[in-house]
Design a binder for this molecule. Sequence first.
Ligand code: SF4
Ligand code: SF4
Length: 346
Amino acid sequence: MREYLRDIVKCVKCGRCRTVCPTQQVQGWESSGPRGRMQMALGMASGLEPSNSLITSILTCTTCQQCVTECPSGADPHQVTRAVRRELVALGHIAPHQIEMQERIRNTGNSLGDRSSRTAWLSETPVRGHSEYVYFAGCLASYRYQSTAAATYGILGKLGVGFLEDEQCCGSPLFRMGLDASDLIAHNSRQIKAAGAHTVIVGCAGCYSMLREQYQGFNVLHLSEFLEERLDALSAGRLDIQVAYHDPCHLGRAYGIYDAPRKVIEEICTLVEMDASREKASCCGGGGGVRLGYPELSGSMAGELKENIPAGVDYVVTSCPLCFRNLSDTGVKMLDLADLVWMAIE
Ligand code: SF4
Ligand code: SF4
């Protein structure tokens, strides 16, 4: 923790981050927001024993990075909170939902704990062998949104993108909760190397962020970045619908990928901006293990985001299956970007 002291003291306690933090918006307490979390981190760095309320506060951060965008003094409560999570794990403070996620992945290689085939969504046997570009599907598409995985691979297959023989969870759910994901990183890295790929293409914002941040030796492109350069080759038709685009935190604020998905959408149909979008986009409340560990809080954050959806749109499009799931649960009609493209080229 001590290596984060410099980051912690950057906080001048102005409170600006409190106005945007989704957990503080719902819960209201100082301890449920970034400024409070920074003070808790300071206490931990000074050797204080973590209390149960500190642990809950640290584990309810969705890792959305809205605090980072707003902070006028360059402090990064998001990184500090992640460091506290790692420290809590090192001290043996592991919450039941963290243990559950570890068990699911240890037993099945995926974050759902699903023992069925990861590639049940494949409609035909993929072409084996080396590919310069490969598709990384992610756990949620592979098991819960199989039509999205099939649509993504259907699109990418037309563009010569290959397939990973034995993909496992990218490790993001463990990593975001302060747990060790090194075995998964090693396993997937071997798969990508064996495929001979120089670039991995990802449809999920969480996988994208994990591969960019924690893997080495290859390029990572989000599906929208790959497609924006190849729209002509897709021969997509126009759909008579209006959609809004929800910027996933781990694609937008984390990596600045705002224009590529919009370019793809505008090629296909009418895009209407959310009331708060791009770097101001609200968090769906699902990330950082919050949906798993604190479902009621997570649902409340999704409910707040729902207020930003402009009236009259047919769908909200996104590029993150976790945002898709959390917002769908509030009754919003969602479409993954891949599903939208697939509708336009089918
Ligand atoms: S906005 Fe930055 S300086 Fe202000 S309270 Fe939050 S972390 Fe501290
Ligand atoms: S990352 Fe998001 S949830 Fe976490 S403290 Fe910052 S604003 Fe709040």
